[in-house]
Design a protein around this ligand. Structure first.
Ligand code: GLY
Length: 369
């Protein structure tokens, strides 16, 4: 993983010098190029319309300056591109361009672009070298790290996919400066999540600065992005395929995904749904007596800044019925991440319907009461 400001303009040379550098690098490695790709070889950039307007030219220039022959595919923006039709379109295009197993593919964009591009790269000729260049907060702290790639199915989000580790992840926090408030808000929900599951200092920093990070009065420090990325790397290194520790990353996501499904993936941004889910899981933990009311109130105060401004009213059942299509269910039970302290959480499979109803009723009152 490479993390530093300005790396987006150095992608070309970084990929050329892609001898594995363990841990986090500033991208200044002088290691000899390992890839058999040489300048003038093709390289593919997949991005969406929103990001293309802001960053594509810089990336194309950086790659071309390093000698690559750049092809760019621009998709529409949004979750709707995560379909088998998009994957087929990319594959057809790549066959036409004569790509072989050495052709690198770069996902330039948020989690959506990373997911669908990674899945297309993983399945083309049994795998092309795949690079993540995330441009959203969610992408930089979470989605681009860990090798989860995939598309949606009519039955739910990310139900078709695989684990395919990128050849490299290039994180340039300076590209976050142009994000609109709603995107910052959505991404910061994931940052708060890392505070709760793994890092008290990060949690306290969020408490102090969240409001001005959201408004843009203060830039989100690179150290915050790096802290989250390091937590994610550490967790994924311990449990790549999501059978143990990696489930911690699901804090707020069990109910969050149900809210997203209820809203047809349009009514709520991912982070907004996660904010609702974190309040629900926190409430359950408090009611179980395993988490203090004071810490729950600290989390809820932050989620008040992150939750959706408007939300159609709902009954507990409207949301709960969407829990049954969660791909993380084990033997018919959802997996819940419940806090025990700040930076300390449990993985539980024994949450009852009554607790779920209680949490959803609490969230409904908190939103609309
Ligand atoms: N975003 C959760 C995970 O990568 O496991």
């Amino acid at each position: 993983m490479y993390l530093a400001n300005g790396l987006i303009d150095r992608l070309g040379e970084i990929i050329l010098q892609s001898e594995a550098v363990p841990g986090i690098s500033s991208g200044k490695s002088k290691s000899k190029a390992k890839s058999s790709a040489r300048p003038t070889n093709p390289i593919e950039v997949v991005t969406d319309r929103n990001v293309a307007g802001l960053l594509a030219q810089r990336v194309i220039d950086s790659l071309a300056n390093a000698g690559w022959s750049v092809n760019i595919s621009v998709t529409p923006a949004g979750e709707n591109i995560k379909t088998s039709a998009t994957v087929a379109k990319l594959h057809n295009h790549w066959f036409e361009l004569g790509y072989d197993r050495n052709t690198p593919v770069i996902a330039l964009g948020g989690g959506t672009v990373g997911d669908v591009t990674g899945f297309a790269a993983a399945t083309f000729l049994r795998g092309l070298p795949f690079w993540q260049a995330p441009t959203s907060i969610v992408g930089q702290v979470d989605a681009a790290i860990g090798g989860k790639v995939g598309i949606n199915h009519t039955r739910g989000k990310n139900l078709i996919g695989c684990f395919y580790q990128p050849a490299g992840i290039v994180i340039d926090p300076s590209v976050l400066d142009t994000l609109p408030i709603c995107e910052r808000c959505s991404g910061l929900a994931e940052v708060v999540k890392y505070g709760v599951i793994a890092d008290r200092t990060l949690f306290r920093a969020c408490e102090r600065h969240l409001e001005s990070w959201i408004s843009g009065d203060e830039a989100i420090p690179d150290s915050v992005i790096e802290c989250c990325a390091r937590i994610k790397l550490r967790i994924v290194a311990a449990d790549e395929t999501d059978h143990g520790l990696r489930r911690l990353l699901n804090f707020g996501h069990t109910l969050g995904h149900a809210f997203e499904r209820w809203g047809n993936y349009r009514a709520l941004r991912h982070g907004e749904a996660v904010a609702l889910g974190m309040v629900g899981a926190g409430w359950m933990a408090m009611k179980r007596g395993q988490w203090s009311g004071r810490d729950f109130a600290r989390l809820a105060a932050m989620c008040t800044l992150l939750r959706p401004r408007r939300l159609a009213s709902f009954k507990a059942f409207d949301i709960a019925r969407h829990l049954t299509v969660d791909k993380k269910r084990v033997r018919g039970r959802n997996i819940w991440i419940l806090p025990r302290g700040i930076g300390r959480v449990d993985i539980r499979g024994d949450v009852t319907e009554k607790e779920i109803r209680g949490a959803l009723t609490y969230i409904a009152d908190w939103m609309h009461g």
